[in-house]
Design a protein around this ligand. Structure first.
Ligand code: C5P
Length: 298
């Protein structure tokens, strides 16, 4: 028997980062949006844990670990430990989310694995317990479970749905070479702490479904340190602005860049223009979309 669960990518419409806490994490005031790029995770019972990864389209999966260090195995082990059971599974990941792109691909896989194994073994884990296990796996994993549009606090793991009257369209420009989240946070620490900008303007724009207000309000405190680490990204940021998007945004800790556009037609139009300009991979995505959900039970 096997179970397949789908999980979306996330972007941060607002990513306000405070000074490093004593535990090494940074306090966040963030607004998450789940968007329509997905990983599918298929699990089946096996004598030992194993991981297999295949790309959807031309996603480069060469950076994904296939051993026990993959976050999906950690997810499986935490779930079995929580229930006091000894089981293992073969985990297959179909990747449509850019790897190490700042779109929470690994977090999506971890969230999908928790739900898939819960269904496979009929563990009936409560939502609260799933969220608590997710938080142990990573700061973004609880949001991957939830999906939609949410306000995140703590180190990002405390999530609450927020009103969102819009359907937002994005042009997504992945980068060939991933960026390490912890390296970007270290670069953030080396720069002067930026003046705090709250998430209020983004939350108000979402509630009102106001594209112009959202375009003005998008904010990411990790953009400066990501550009410090990878100065060549500035060209992508400038090309996006030149392509006519309403606003550009670095996705999470990068290096994926996003352009907010008015509608689906302009998204495809701008995508074509960027491809003509020489960008090899440009994807169109929309959100909010659902969090993890079951897609197959065989
Ligand atoms: O929580 P997660 O494992 O996804 O975080 C990866 C790394 O990103 C952490 O080890 C930490 O260096 C950094 N991080 C942080 N503050 C956060 C979230 C992540 O410093 N709020």
């Amino acid at each position: 028997m096997s179970v397949t669960v789908r999980a979306p990518a996330k972007i941060n419409l607002h990513l306000g980062v405070g000074a490093k806490r004593e535990d090494g994490y940074h306090p966040l005031d963030t607004v998450y949006l789940a968007v329509s790029l997905y990983d599918d995770v298929t699990v089946s019972t096996s004598a030992v844990w194993s991981v297999d990864v295949s790309p959807i389209g031309d996603v480069d999966v060469s950076g994904v670990p296939l051993d026990d260090s993959n976050i999906v195995v950690k997810a499986g082990r935490l779930l079995t430990a929580h229930h006091g059971i000894e089981r293992a599974a073969a985990i297959g990941i179909s990747k449509g989310i850019p790897v190490a792109g700042g779109m929470a691909g690994g977090s999506a896989d971890a969230a999908a694995t928790l739900v898939a194994l819960d269904r496979l073994w009929d563990l009936q884990t409560s939502d609260d317990d799933l969220l608590a296990i997710a938080a142990q796996l990573g700061s973004d994993v609880p949001f991957s479970l939830l999906g939609g549009t949410a306000h995140g606090t703590g180190r990002g793991e405390l999530v609450e749905q927020v009103p969102d009257a819009g359907t937002w369209w994005w042009v997504v420009v992945p980068n060939d070479e991933g960026l390490s989240t912890s390296a970007v946070y270290r670069a953030f620490d080396a720069l002067p702490t930026p003046a705090a900008v709250g998430s209020g303007a983004v939350l108000a724009a979402l509630a009102g479904g106001d594209l112009d207000a959202l375009a003005d309000a998008l904010h990411n405190d990790l953009e400066a340190p990501a550009l410090e680490l990878r100065p060549a990204l500035r060209e992508t940021a400038d090309d996006l602005v030149g392509s006519g998007v309403r606003a550009r945004l670095l996705s999470g800790s990068g290096p994926t860049y996003l352009g907010l556009v008015a509608d689906q037609d302009s998204a495809h139009h701008i995508r074509e223009a960027l491809l003509d300009q020489g960008y090899e991979r440009v994807v169109v995505a929309t959100g909010p979309v659902a969090g993890v959900h079951l897609v197959d039970y065989a």
